[in-house]
Design a protein around this ligand. Structure first.
Ligand SMILES: Cc1cc2nc3c(=O)[nH]c(=O)nc-3n(C[C@H](O)[C@H](O)[C@H](O)COP(=O)(O)OP(=O)(O)OC[C@H]3O[C@@H](n4cnc5c(N)ncnc54)[C@H](O)[C@@H]3O)c2cc1C
Length: 391
């Protein structure tokens, strides 16, 4: 007799949801239904904006490195299986004053996990990367596993692979609420109700609309992106100008080489306070904000036109300590994979695999006590909700 396969509904087909749908469908152990409020790939989510920085040497701490190494394997797998360019593995260069604590943590990760890397002194840096304005005392580490990810291409690819493996993906279908009942979870949607054995909530910035009990835990930080035209695009290709993080005084900048043949992404610290709902997030920069970002970019980079050629504003759901949420509720029917706190695209693949393991096995390889809802609510009670503007 054929074994009964559970029905598992993935809510949200963005960064984490698309990767979860792919991992879950691949295992062939469940009937997978994916629900997305917008179209197949869109510009409303936290992933929008052409590229995301990948790093394995992580200034946020060694806790993430195993998750990042697994993610890297899965990004490579996604690239091979889809035949699309998902992961530009050209390194990520972190430039800072040597004493900067985040820089020291990056070096610790490199040492503790034996990550392939190169260290640059101030002089070596000036010679190797003339595109950057290097100040006295600036040093750098090139994380050779780092690089650029292409979020829209990655999500399109993961959704396609999920469908090829049998997933039923439904777009323009908004989840309105969840009702746990004996034997399952009723998923109320704009297109009717679906009865699921389990659900995986990967609804990013909208999570509190699906799970109102997380309203106090998650805050939305508006995050903007800016692109600058370069005078000589041949000097800003991935092989010559890797993805970078740059700390200079109080300015934090990150950027990605030219992918369009004429501009680089170079973006600075967030400039808005946190919000509670996506509807309250600003949709564009003011001219003054753009001028300031242009000045900052010109302080850090040579050979750019300091007038942003493109700019866009997005958002991401933050937990109080910027650790993500990955947890299974006590009835073991609802898995939450959210709160990626402005840095989670890079680990969305392994996070999706972990959410899959939680749904199918009840525990995950990358499960961590600190990712549980109980730990997050304890931290919230002690420190309050996220209120910073750190990226
Ligand atoms: C400007 C910016 C720059 C960033 N830079 C980096 C970087 O360089 N490197 C990095 O690793 N990370 C970066 N991040 C963070 C990273 O992009 C996010 O952490 C990640 O994309 C969040 O993924 P998610 O799956 O939680 O949300 P999303 O990718 O937004 O996915 C959520 C999905 O759920 C859908 N959804 C929501 N509610 C419902 C509902 N009720 N019914 C149906 N569907 C629903 C949404 O439409 C969306 O498609 C950046 C974020 C921003 C905004």
């Amino acid at each position: 007799m054929a074994q009964h396969k559970p029905t598992i509904v993935v809510i949200g087909l963005g960064s984490v949801g698309s990767m979860t749908a792919w991992q879950l469908a691949k295992r062939q152990e469940a009937n997978v239904i994916g629900l997305e409020q917008y179209g197949r790939v869109h510009s409303h989510g936290s992933y929008a904006g052409e590229s995301r920085v990948f790093r394995a040497a992580y200034h946020e701490g060694g806790l993430y490195v195993p998750l990042l190494l697994e993610s890297r394997e899965l990004w490579r797998e996604l690239q091979v299986e889809s035949g699309r360019e998902v992961y530009l593995e050209a390194g990520t260069l972190s430039i800072a004053q040597e004493s900067q604590p985040e820089f020291q943590t990056t070096l610790e990760c490199v040492r503790d996990y034996d990550l392939p890397h190169r260290i640059f002194s101030t002089e070596e840096l000036r010679k190797a990367y003339p595109q950057h304005k290097i100040y006295d005392g600036d040093v750098a580490v090139l994380d050779e596993y780092g690089g650029g990810l292409r979020p829209e291409v990655a999500i399109m690819s993961a959704l396609e692979l999920a469908e090829n493996a049998g997933a039923d993906l439904r777009f323009n279908t908004e989840v309105l609420g969840l009702d746990e009942q004996p034997g399952g979870v009723a998923v109320r949607t704009s297109q009717g109700t679906i009865l699921a054995d389990k659900v995986i909530v990967a609804s990013g910035s909208w999570t509190k609309r699906v799970l109102p009990e997380l309203d106090e835990l998650l805050r939305l930080l508006p995050l903007g992106l800016t692109w600058f035209m370069v005078k000589d695009p041949s000097q800003f290709t991935p092989d010559k100008f890797p993805t970078f993080l740059r700390d200079h005084g109080t300015t934090h900048f990150f950027g990605v080489p030219a992918l369009d043949g004429y501009s680089i992404k170079a973006s600075g610290n967030p400039v808005w306070p946190v919000e509670r709902d996506v509807a309250d997030v600003p949709t564009e920069y003011t001219p003054d904000q753009l001028n300031l970002l242009g000045q900052r970019a010109a302080e850090l980079l040579n050979g750019i036109n300091p007038e942003p050629v493109r700019a866009s504003v997005h958002h991401c759901a933050y937990t109080p300590n910027r650790l993500p949420v990955l947890d299974l509720n006590p009835s073991e029917r609802i898995i939450v994979a959210a709160g990626l706190s402005g840095h989670g695209f890079k680990f969305a693949t392994a996070f999706g695999a972990a959410a899959t393991e939680l749904a199918l096995e009840g525990e995950a390889r990358f499960g961590n006590e600190q990712f549980t809802l109980a730990a997050h609510f304890d931290y919230l009670a002690e420190h309050g909700a996220y209120s910073g503007t750190g990226h």
